[in-house]
Design a protein around this ligand. Structure first.
Ligand code: KIV
Ligand code: ZN
Length: 423
């Protein structure tokens, strides 16, 4: 097993008691299904072409995701070819592509993934009445029949078949169970429950996943997966709620990309599992030190910037600007950090000097820069620092060197030069 346990800092929190019923056994594993190249690529402006998709797929394999959804092969010849190349060249994860519940879409996915060491065909059809009536123009019995037919056909081509009842989050739960039953009876090996429109609250979503797992015969033989969108900012919470209800695969995208407000961010879900492992008792296969490199690659290739305050991978995720926090982290990083930068591949704890910073942080940065001020000059340096900081967003190393030089020039008692490095 490739399970890695980094990411949970010892003693960062008091609560280490288990939440009843989350893990079936101490080493229950949650798999990650990455759909950055399919749902993520559907983000407006994020379209990727073959070379970029291949590059990113190799990086996702380095990150250790269990499944890569490489595209929607029926959508264009270019996407078909990208999925085919990824299936042929990328080793490690299962490779899949998305198909509507039609033979031609399923044939396209099969043609694109057949050369993968471990191919998977992913079939979806809408199950909410809103979608059935207004999008598909069908009725429930027709959707159920098409589901059974499509899954049975996919099974003739590939052992591993995933079924996604689209808009499950807004569907009638009884009807959802009826359709999932048809898919399981037809041979689906994975049942994925999507909250397509990001509508559910965590308690509702876990109840829905639990109902499907309880009511559908044969669910104990298939893997339960969840796919949550972030329209209400609940995608990570809902993914964890799905896990609490027994899901052992989570679909998501790096940087939370995806339709509209995006999908669950893989980096958030995995770090929740790692940081709260003493409570959740769940492991995974990711090499989390590849999270930030993967995030940067996705940012560069899609052109969609990562907000600085984005959990785990944002530029400020390990930055501290206020004096109180800086004092704490300089004494012990765990006072304000629940995970370490190294575990997610970030540069490290960053102390940002601003007008809200304190003397400890200023002294620390001067020390790091090798600036030695005579003891009675520090106050003058501090005052000058505050003057600059009150007019600038942040005081960088070059500003600091200039401040120190100016203070030293005014001070009679100067230690042997050079005291301030030229930056
Ligand atoms: O959001 C959704 O329902 C999807 C499915 C195709 C899984 O992306
Ligand atoms: Zn989706």
């Amino acid at each position: 097993m490739r399970a890695a346990a980094s990411g949970a800092d010892p003693d960062v929190g008091a609560s280490t008691s288990s939440v009843a019923g989350i893990a079936d056994s101490p080493d229950d594993t949650v798999e990650f299904f990455d759909t950055t190249l399919r749902d993520g690529e559907q983000s407006p402006g994020a379209t990727l072409h073959l070379a970029d998709k291949l590059l990113l797929a190799h990086q996702l394999a380095r990150l250790g995701v269990d499944v890569i959804e490489a595209g929607f092969p029926a959508s264009s010849p270019g996407d078909f070819e990208a999925v085919r190349r990824i299936a042929r060249e990328v080793e490690g994860p299962m490779i899949t592509g998305l198909a509507r519940a039609t033979r031609s879409d399923i044939d396209a996915v099969h043609g694109a993934v057949r050369e993968a060491a471990r191919p998977l065909i992913h079939v979806f059809i809408s199950v909410s009445d809103l979608h059935i009536t207004h999008k598909l123009g069908l009725d429930r019995p027709t959707v159920t029949a098409r589901t059974a037919e499509a899954i049975a056909y996919a099974k003739t081509l590939c052992d591993a078949v995933e079924f996604s009842p689209e808009d499950a989050g807004r569907a009638d739960p009884d009807y959802l169970c009826e359709v999932v039953q048809a898919a399981v009876d037809a041979g689906a090996t994975v049942v994925n429950i999507p909250d397509t429109t990001g509508y559910c609250l965590p308690l509702e979503f876990s109840a829905l996943v639990a109902a499907v797992r309880r009511e559908v015969r044969g669910m104990d033989r298939v893997l339960t997966s969840v796919h949550c969108h972030d329209d209400l900012g609940l995608a990570t919470a809902n993914s964890l709620a799905g896990i609490a209800a027994g899901a052992r695969r989570v679909e998501g995208c790096i940087n939370g990309l995806g339709e509209r407000a995006g999908n669950a961010a893989i980096e958030e879900v995995v770090m929740a599992l790692r940081v709260r492992r003493p409570v959740l008792h769940l492991s995974d296969h990711l090499r989390t030190e590849e999270l930030v490199p993967t995030s940067r690659m996705v940012e560069r290739l899609t052109g969609i910037p990562v907000p600085p305050n984005k959990p785990v991978v944002g530029a400020n995720a390990f930055a501290h600007a206020s004096g109180v926090h800086q004092h704490g982290v300089l004494r012990d990083r765990r006072t304000y950090e629940i995970m370490s930068a190294a575990d997610v591949g970030a540069d490290g704890t960053r102390i940002v000097l601003t007008a809200r910073s304190g003397r400890h942080a200023l002294r620390h940065r001067l020390d790091q820069l090798g600036v030695r001020l005579p003891a009675d000059s520090f106050q003058a340096c501090w005052e000058r620092f505050l003057q600059v900081a009150d007019t600038a967003k942040a005081v960088d190393d070059a500003d600091l060197a200039a401040i120190a030089q100016a203070v030293l020039a005014e001070t009679a008692a100067v230690e042997p030069a050079p005291v301030a490095p030229s930056l």
